[in-house]
Design a protein around this ligand. Structure first.
Ligand code: NAP
Length: 303
């Protein structure tokens, strides 16, 4: 298949590109930060005109490109352009080429405006409490107007970082506040190594997801051409404090819990994944086991 992946330089997009390449597919990555070599051996470009898209003629378009930070999305009109307006020519292409499947990566934040109802099933109505969630809802609704389209919602996606990613993300991992939740375990490990303690909310819940499981689900969806709305996430609803305690084991006492009250980050956006698992088969695992090793490598002897 000819597979186009936006956000190919990102945490999830780069792994989808690699998986597509190793499956023998022809891949083109699009990302404003794209540099050859990251998603090897796929081709990459920083942007793509409608004419270039038509001449490349993808069978599948995987839309992973997005601006994720909750504060960034609230503050910048640029985020609206990247997250919503940039979808336009991919959707136009898919409308004119009915065999092309569009897969849109969405988020648990589409449920952030509901105070109750978690874990939210695939067919639950959406309501956002922040601009990021609102843009994701807009993206979903636009994508779902296309006949051959798929929405894959996921949540707090984590995994082992490559060396180049670790280098790029070091400032955020060392920072006081974490905006990219995919770095949660690295940030936690640095905090414990530096300060010997951490404060984390006991009332902010999601369903943390291992990136390898998400990539496997996306590949199944692409290969089988499945349409509709899917929840690809881990099997457990966990608070941030629980996530930390579980990987810290005997040092769990260094986690101090508090009740968060943030207007931007909703308290419970756990996803129900029953319909997705019965359609895709297999079981996703809880990331704690794999991330425990990562956390302890980062902490090293610093504790
Ligand atoms: N990671 C998670 O926990 C999580 C959870 C739920 C949903 N998702 C969704 O999954 C997708 C991938 O997330 P990720 O964690 O891989 O994010 P990421 O690491 O931040 O990567 C996103 C990449 O997309 C690029 N990008 C932004 N706008 C673009 C556009 N209009 N066209 C092409 N590329 C664009 C970004 O470039 P810049 O760096 O220049 O902005 C960045 O390189 C996103 O749609 C996100 O909303 C992620």
């Amino acid at each position: 298949m000819r597979i186009l992946v936006t956000g190919c330089d990102g945490f999830i997009g780069s792994r989808i590109c690699r998986s597509c390449c190793s499956g023998g597919h022809t891949v083109l990555g699009v990302d404003p930060c794209a540099t050859q070599g990251i998603c090897y051996p796929s081709d990459v470009c920083q942007s793509l005109s409608y004419e270039e898209l038509c001449s490349w003629r993808p069978d599948k378009i995987v839309l992973c490109g997005a601006v994720k930070g909750l504060a960034k999305c609230t503050e910048s009109v640029e985020a609206l352009r990247r997250n919503v307006f940039d979808l336009e020519h991919y959707l136009q292409f898919a409308m004119n080429n009915r065999h092309t499947q569009v897969v849109f990566l969405s988020s648990d934040m589409v449920f952030g405006g509901w105070k109750v109802g978690a874990p939210f099933p695939e067919d639950h109505s959406t309501r956002a409490c922040n601009a990021y969630g609102a843009m994701k809802i807009a993206g979903e609704q636009l994508v779902l107007t296309i006949k051959n389209s798929t929405v894959v919602r996921t949540a707090l996606v984590v995994g082992r970082l490559r060396k180049d990613e670790l280098k790029r993300q070091q400032a955020e991992i060392d920072g006081r506040i974490l905006s990219n939740q995919s770095l949660f375990y690295y940030w936690l490990a640095r905090k414990i190594a530096k300060d010997n303690m951490i404060h984390l909310p006991r009332n902010v819940f999601s369903t943390p997801t291992l990136v390898d499981d998400l990539v496997e689900d996306v590949m199944k969806i692409l290969c089988k051409g499945l349409r509709g709305v899917f929840h690809s996430c881990g099997p457990r609803r966990m608070s941030r404090a629980e996530m930390a305690k579980e990987v810290l084991g005997p040092y769990a006492g260094r986690v101090f819990e508090y009740d968060a009250r943030s207007k931007l980050r909703p308290c419970d956006v756990a996803l129900n994944f029953e319909m997705t698992r019965s359609a895709l088969g297999g079981e996703n695992c809880c990331p704690s086991k794999m991330m425990r090793n990562v956390v302890w490598e980062v902490i090293g002897n610093g504790i």
